[in-house]
Design a protein around this ligand. Structure first.
Ligand SMILES: Cc1ncc(COP(=O)(O)O)c(C=O)c1O
Length: 332
């Protein structure tokens, strides 16, 4: 099986249409101006507008992860933080499919409910709070067991839907971006640097496999961490990408020099803004009317601004800021 056949075999994977695709690829003229004359060409890929249940990157992953769930499953179980975007979209998908949803979240639930936590309730999910991140996986198994004993057919969705199957959503997204860039007048002359927030790494893994199967040797993927180390990001991404490649029957490795994990912008920790992320949110807001969330996209944008200002990206190159959503996190 060659890489073209592998890409074509994506069409045979079970898929539940949830997202509004393609998402827009826009050039923000005044943000470009604000970056100065020597900055690379900047494009925004707006996956905050995948639409379903207020959008974001999880919608693309759940399309594949839930591809064969209808008729086989009656309850979705997943986990995350109390303001998890993934939990919000999973609860929305369960509601759309007429299923029940149990969410295992770590940390105290906000009272009154706000942001994603409010939306999870509106979508009718049952919430179970556990003390720490480590308690989530065993609690999901307990919930699944409890439901099976009641004769139900639960499906446990791992953190962030970042399984090989979920990552297929971002293999397809890579193809989508490639087509959009070609429609804008062909591949740009220099390299294309894609900045994307990366935590459970399914998004980055899917993009990496997609760009590899497309043969995009000009692409550099900068995964920006809101919590994990660069080493963990690299290891997790390669593992998920390998699993996704196996689903498509493709035995090869990722392109060399494709992955550039960046963990300098975490600051004091997950969900805690930094001066750089706050500046990035103001910059994108003021110069493009684009809303960044404080947990993921503002930190990814902080990295993008720093890399451009540090002169790490030549002026003839192109930068794509992949907006992964998370807007409800602003209203927590
Ligand atoms: C808004 C947003 N951006 C980025 C990410 C990271 O994506 P991934 O978990 O696929 O690495 C997430 C989820 O964790 C998210 O909710």
């Amino acid at each position: 099986m060659d890489r073209h056949q592998a890409l074509r075999s994506l069409q045979n994977q079970p898929r539940l249409p949830l997202a509004f695709l393609p998402t827009p690829l826009l050039h923000p003229p005044h943000l470009q101006e604000a970056l100065g004359p020597s900055a690379p060409h900047v494009l925004l890929k707006l996956d905050e507008w995948t639409g379903f249940a207020l959008g974001g990157n999880k919608v693309r992953k759940l399309e594949f992860l839930l591809g064969d769930a209808p008729g086989r499953v009656d309850t979705l179980i997943t986990c995350g933080g109390v303001q998890s975007n993934h939990c919000r979209v999973t609860a929305g998908a369960a509601a759309w499919l007429g299923m029940d949803c149990v969410l295992v979240v770590n940390g105290p639930l906000p009272d009154p409910p706000s942001g994603n936590s409010l939306l999870m309730r509106l979508f009718g999910a049952e919430l179970r709070s556990v003390p720490s991140r480590e308690d989530r996986a065993p609690a999901m198994e307990e919930e699944a067991e409890r439901l099976r004993r009641q004769g139900k057919r639960p499906m446990v969705i791992p953190l962030g839907a970042s399984t090989p199957q979920g990552a297929l959503g971002y293999v397809l997204a890579a193809v989508e971006l490639d087509e959009q860039m070609r429609a804008r007048g062909g591949r740009p002359p220099g390299r294309t640097w894609i900045f994307v927030a990366s935590s459970s790494c399914g998004t980055l893994a899917g993009l990496a496999l997609g760009m590899t199967l497309l043969g995009r040797q000009d692409v550099r993927l900068v995964g920006v961490s809101p919590d994990i180390s660069a080493q963990v990001m690299l290891a997790d991404t390669v593992e998920i990408a390998r699993g996704a490649a196996a689903l498509l029957g493709w035995p090869g490795d990722l392109l060399p020099d494709l992955l550039h994990p960046e963990d300098r912008f975490v600051g004091a920790g997950y969900g805690i803004p930094t001066p750089e992320s706050e500046e990035a949110a103001r910059f994108f807001g003021r110069h493009a009317g684009v809303v960044l969330d404080p947990v993921y996209t503002a930190k990814a944008a902080a990295a993008l601004l720093a890399w451009i200002r540090e002169g790490r990206i030549p002026g003839q190159d192109t930068v794509v800021f992949w907006h992964t959503g998370g807007t409800p996190g602003l209203f927590r």
